[in-house]
Design a protein around this ligand. Structure first.
Ligand code: ATP
Length: 250
């Protein structure tokens, strides 16, 4: 039944002003899985994540986003994040003039402040400690006192993901974590994502790099021009040459 999914996006239509971007888009994410949303440049991947996260724009004018059966379509980004849904955007927001350690510490400050102002922090997933984050990303511990702005692209990506993990995260949404990374660094980030998945965190991975995403995803959706054109396991996508050639160019 629809109600059994951790997250379900049901027939949403999303717009930037008059531009109709997502058309009747439906997808779901099961608890504990790694789910990939793939597609070319401009296909509507980021728009889908922003629609789930309650970001404006875009505006969701039709359809429903459900999380654990609750209708969260009209929730603000703050309310969505207080449910344990974290979005790591493409731009890898870190504070460039602060050290790695200070960037991580700021997440604790933000969390404590949320408690002060009365936001609920899930006790099931209180967020990782800095020590736990360093176990996932040993590279960050080595660079604890380095300014975040001087980290490589891959290290900044790790730090952006690490900051999300310090909040209570049940569902981690990653927007193109491999973008601009050298193959070797992609492997490192990939390993880290796999390790995060092993801790029970559900992951929705948005990627243009379909080959890398299929390495760690259980299931995949392909979006094209705002519509879902493929749903299946990574294995099914791997053997579906027509879909790969037509929509992913691989
Ligand atoms: P990319 O890999 O390039 O990030 P994407 O699949 O994430 O691609 P989206 O960012 O979701 O694609 O964009 C989908 C469509 O919406 C594109 O045609 C884009 O030009 C348009 N779009 C995105 N943001 C806006 C905006 N703020 N205002 C108007 N149109 C937008």
């Amino acid at each position: 039944a629809e109600g059994d999914h951790l997250l379900s996006v049901e027939d949403i239509d999303a717009y930037y002003a008059q531009s109709h971007i997502l058309r009747n888009l439906s997808m779901h994410v099961e608890e504990g899985e790694v789910c990939a949303l793939l597609g070319r440049n401009g296909a509507g991947k980021t728009t889908t994540l922003r629609s789930i996260a309650g970001a404006h724009p875009p505006e969701v004018r039709d359809g429903v986003v459900r999380y654990k059966n609750d209708d969260i379509t009209d929730y603000s980004t703050e309310d969505v994040s207080s449910l344990g849904i974290s979005l790591v955007p493409e731009e890898r927001r870190v504070f460039p003039n602060l050290s790695v350690g200070e960037n991580l510490h700021l997440s604790d400050v933000a969390r404590n402040w949320s408690n002060v102002v009365g936001r609920t922090v899930s006790m099931d997933h209180p967020g990782m400690s800095t020590e736990e984050v360093y176990e996932v990303f040993p590279r960050l511990e080595e660079r604890e006192s380095q300014k975040a702005g001087t980290l490589s692209g891959g290290e900044q990506q790790m730090l952006a993901i690490a900051r999300a993990l310090k909040q209570d995260t049940d569902l981690l949404m990653l927007d193109e974590p491999y973008e601009g990374l050298a193959p070797q660094i992609i492997d490192t980030v990939e390993d880290a994502i796999a390790r995060i998945a092993e801790t029970g965190t559900t992951i929705l991975l948005v990627e243009q790099n379909a080959v890398a995403a299929m390495n760690i995803a259980d299931r995949a959706y392909v979006v094209d021009q705002g519509e879902i054109v493929f749903t299946g396991t990574s294995e099914e996508l791997r053997t579906d040459e027509e879909t790969r050639e037509q929509y992913l160019g691989v």
